[in-house]
Write a protein that binds this ligand. Structure first.
Ligand SMILES: *Cc1c(COP(=O)(O)O)cnc(C)c1O
Length: 478
């Protein structure tokens, strides 16, 4: 193939800019993005022709140039952060954004976010108010604590608590509770940032009451309990419960802090799940300060919620760190809405998506799975589509041992491999993230809301995802 001839056929930027198609794009987007896209696509064609040996392929590439440019420009204007459909069955998937907010709460949130609000304005008195005021009373009512506030996430909550209560002093914590939260963030590192010194007691599997007592010095400022929410130590073990620890703490007039991690507000064992210590338990047993995540089992926005004795919470509200860690109006509004649901446990379980998914019975999931299977089969896709039993997980470092019986729609493609299908599904306009097991692509219906069923079926059919030559651009697939 005569490469020079083909290089000559690549249009010049100026010429392209004068064509009606490109002019249209410039009007619709901006000249700058269009010029950048043209340059990028022309570079790609040059590279392509260097290695190309087939005239027909070069021809096709040139023919598709305007469409490719348009696609490139559109990509720049399309948000990269987008909704995905979670078919993994992991309910609190940290990589997929943890707890979803319900549509009904979102409507209300949208009204707050698109305008002004009384975030820090006291409407009764016509003067400055407090952003925690919208949910503080609710938190106190639900948990039985005296006072409450919230910061950006639970890691920040731990840091703020220790900085306010133990800076320059020592905090006693069991070796069995030195948790790594994930993404390499470890409780000891967070503690160090707060300016408190960590004093480790006990061993990995056993920490006794006396270990805590022996560790107390003049420098001791607090005892810290960390709920090992993302792992379990089983077998020959011993831990000192919060209730016991508060007894010791009283003797020395020291506070007990508990980092619960997940922060569940209802007794999950009623729903056939493993018992997870509730915030209420911790407060009742005498913990002075308790912190937990807003977007784990609570099912709300990303936040670190702190409840406890008023004197300590007041100290934290005054800490300059609080200003750096403060929550925004979205979070404040979401926390209020989600916490309000907890005023009735029945409502909470129905209306908070995470709780609904966690407590849905297998028979309900099966019914949904049948509906999805029916919709997929109706598209006559080149694939075998059937139901299989599977197990969902909680995720997000919560209830690590829990496996909830569930039902998945399995897809066995006829023309492509399961790995190819998985990659293609990730590249759909609304990506679908499945789970792969036993060379089957599984969509665990526990984490897929019904509103997405038609979307999944339409995307698989319209974009010919299951065909040898799909109609979607395949970024990572080779
Ligand atoms: C998850 C977790 C955290 C961190 O919470 P984020 O809200 O993710 O910052 C801290 N401590 C424990 C015990 C946890 O499980």
């Amino acid at each position: 193939m005569d490469k020079r001839k083909w290089f000559r056929r690549i249009p010049k930027v100026d010429v392209l800019l004068e064509t009606a198609e490109i002019q249209g794009m410039i009007r619709h987007y901006s000249r700058d993005t269009v010029v950048c896209a043209i340059q990028k696509k022309l570079d790609e064609i040059r590279e392509f022709i260097k290695t190309c040996e087939e005239e027909s392929q070069a021809e096709r590439k040139l023919d598709r140039l305007p469409a490719e440019i348009e696609r490139e420009v559109a990509k720049v204007h399309q948000p990269n952060l987008k909704p995905v459909i979670n078919g993994t069955g992991t309910i609190l998937h940290t990589n997929l954004g943890r707890a979803p907010i319900s549509d009904r709460h979102m409507e209300r949130l949208s009204a707050i976010a698109t305008g002004y609000s009384n975030l820090e304005y006291n409407l009764e008195e016509g003067k400055r108010g407090e952003r925690y005021s919208h949910f503080e009373k609710l938190l106190c009512k639900i948990t039985g604590a005296e006072s409450a506030m919230a910061v950006n996430n639970n890691a920040a909550a731990v840091m703020l608590i220790l900085s306010s209560m133990a800076k320059g002093g020592e905090v006693v914590v069991s070796r069995g509770e030195l948790v790594e939260i994930g993404g390499k963030f470890r409780i000891p590192d967070v503690m160090e940032q707060s300016g408190a010194r960590l004093v480790e007691v006990g061993t990995t599997n056993k920490t006794h009451y006396q270990d805590y007592a022996d560790a107390v010095t003049e420098e001791t400022k607090a005892f810290l309990k960390v709920h090992t929410s993302n792992y379990r130590i089983v077998g020959f073990t011993e831990t000192v419960e919060v209730g016991e620890l508060t007894r010791l703490a009283k003797e020395y007039q020291l506070p007990v802090i508990e980092d619960l991690g997940s922060g569940v507000l209802i007794d999950l064992s009623k729903y056939g799940l493993e018992y997870e210590p509730t915030v209420q338990d911790s407060v009742r047993q005498g913990a002075d300060v308790v912190c937990f995540s807003g977007d784990k089992l609570l099912g709300g926005a990303q936040a670190g919620i702190i409840v406890g004795k008023k004197a300590y919470i007041d100290q934290m509200k005054k800490n300059p760190l609080t200003r750096a860690l403060r929550i925004d109006k979205f979070t404040a509004a979401t926390l209020e809405l989600v916490l309000q649901e907890y005023l009735s446990e029945e409502k909470a379980v129905q209306r908070i998506p995470v709780l609904r998914m966690m407590t849905a019975r297998k028979e309900e999931i099966e019914k949904e799975a049948k509906a999805l299977r029916r919709m997929l089969r109706a598209k006559k896709l080149p694939a075998e589509i059937f139901l299989v039993d599977c197990e969902s997980q909680i995720g997000g470092g919560s209830l690590p041992l829990e496996r909830i019986p569930s039902v998945a729609v399995a897809v066995r493609p006829e023309k492509i491999t399961v790995a190819q299908l998985e990659a293609r599904m990730r590249h759909l306009p609304i990506p679908v993230i499945p789970r792969i097991a036993n060379n089957l692509l599984l969509l665990d219906v526990r984490t897929i809301e019904r509103k997405w069923f038609a979307e999944i079926a339409d995307q698989l059919a319209q974009l010919k995802v299951l065909e040898e030559e799909p109609e979607i651009e395949l970024g990572e697939e080779r």
